[in-house]
Design a protein around this ligand. Structure first.
Ligand code: HEM
Length: 234
């Protein structure tokens, strides 16, 4: 019985890929949020333009494909585990991870493409694309929301095997999911604004508390504590 012929072995290989994909994805997410966005605030226009054309596209390639590897290996672990991976913790962790994945592919990447195209046009002597500023704001808010989510997400990923809540309790679970979905709605708001539907929905798109680096770290820790206490105490 070898590692590729048993479910436990396959699950371990998937877990290994999951961790490699996860550090690639979330490592770059942290680079964007903790390093690059602060650097861009004070960079020379020419340096920023060069980075947008040559550095950011490379970083975004590893970022979005790292997200794909992480998602597929995560779902793969569910598939081969034969139902063993089932706790309130992993459901919340996976929900956060899947929302983060959709934010990467449906909001951050499409909007960053506009920002990069605009920088290229300006570098060639043209005008900035008219929707570049809106695209940057929509991508930035979703990226900040992913940074916020990553903190409780990682806690729940690890809690699934090492500190699980195995008894399903609907009330705390529903409250936890509602909190996450409200934050996700806020994080997707600027991107959703393009669609008619959002005009009839309550306003969102606020980054107030997590606009700064300190803010997003504190809010992420607070969110993790609140979600954990919900599962642990209610
Ligand atoms: C994108 C959606 C994601 C899904 C569906 C998912 C799913 C899973 C599953 C099923 C497990 C196994 C849990 C267990 O054995 O009890 C797991 C573990 C884990 N995941 Fe994820 N995951 C996702 C995203 C992420 C991300 C973005 C990271 C960031 C690094 C991550 C890090 C981890 C870690 C550290 C573990 C714990 C491994 C262990 O203790 O055995 N996951 N995930």
């Amino acid at each position: 019985m070898g590692i590729v012929t048993t479910n436990a072995g396959l699950e371990m290989l998937l877990r290994w890929g999951h961790l490699l994909g996860g550090i690639t994805w979330i490592g770059l997410l942290y680079y964007f949020n903790l390093v690059q966005s602060e650097y861009f605030k004070e960079a020379e226009a020419s340096a920023k333009s060069d980075a947008l054309q040559k550095l950011v596209p490379r970083a975004l390639w590893w970022f979005r494909w790292g997200a794909v590897v992480t998602l597929l290996t995560g779902l793969g672990m569910f598939a081969v585990s034969g139902g063993r991976i089932a706790s309130m913790d992993i459901y919340l962790g996976a929900l956060l991870g899947i929302l983060m994945f959709t934010n990467v592919w449906l909001i951050i990447w499409p909007n960053q493409k506009v920002v990069i195209a605009s920088a290229k046009q300006v570098a060639l002597g043209g005008a900035a694309l008219p929707n570049a500023a809106d695209a940057l704001a929509a991508a930035g808010l979703a990226s900040r929301t992913n940074t916020l989510f990553s903190i409780p997400m990682l806690f729940f990923m690890a809690a699934s095997s090492h500190y699980p809540h195995l008894t399903f309790k609907p009330l705390p679970f529903i409250i936890a999911v509602a909190i996450i979905l409200l934050l996700q709605y806020n994080g997707a708001y600027l991107a959703l604004k393009r669609f008619e539907l959002v005009k009839k929905l309550p306003a969102g798109g606020k980054m107030k508390f997590y606009a700064s680096i300190g803010g997003v770290i504190h809010c992420g820790l607070a969110l993790a504590v609140v979600l954990f206490l919900l599962l642990d105490l209610l």
